[in-house]
Write a protein that binds this ligand. Sequence first.
Ligand code: PGA
Length: 259
Amino acid sequence: MNAAKHLIVGNWKMHPSSLAEAKKIFRALLRGMGTYRHATLAVCPPAAYLAALRALYRGRRLIFGAQNCHFLREGAYTGEIAPPMLASLGVRMVIVGHSERRAMGEDNAVVRKKLRAVLDEGMEAVLCIGEAHRDSAGAYLAFLTEQLQSALTGLTAEELSRVCVAYEPLWAIGKSAAESAVRPAHVHEMVIFVRKFVHQRYGGEAAARVRVLYGGSVEPANAAALLLEGRASGLLVGHASIVPKDFLAIAALADRPAL
Ligand code: PGA
């Protein structure tokens, strides 16, 4: 994937409730998708729909992603989905450590194993980090350092180049752009924070290259500011990603050179 382009990832979460509806959304995306010079698009539909949607599109202009996976390659784990299964469907990217998964009991140790498993399978990962609250004393920065430190331990520089870090503050997720308290300055602060973290461990080149996405209440109304003033390398889009016109509007806004 071209690291110089903005990466726009759609996280459909547990929507929509039927395959027919999923196909409708997906077809609308395919119809409206342009040829972007400065943006790369990815969609992460529910795993149940991946194979059917993949059958509708075999190209490489749109990246197929998954929202989660197990950390083992196979085994007696009822209901789980293993990384090789996703890879065999043409999935190239997996979201790891989303706060909604962490809320279901995934701790940093599990997130680390999942990240390892995704990279071992040759796929890319979107590693989500984010604090529940901000405090004036800066304790949230220690919390984020811990999440990063734990997940990235032991990765080689090549492996790190296949990880996008998505900063998703819990206090901004699931809100409309108008209700959300997130500002481009918050995003810019975190882009610098993640690059500094990477700089200390992997050096300047890796720090300049690592992609730092922002996610949480991204809509067409705030996408351009979060990207351009926030200096994010891309966006992780939740509710707006299942509204094709909104997701396509965000993609169009992202189709300008990264700063
Ligand atoms: P949202 O979700 O865009 O609906 O806030 C983002 C996410 O949770 O990835």
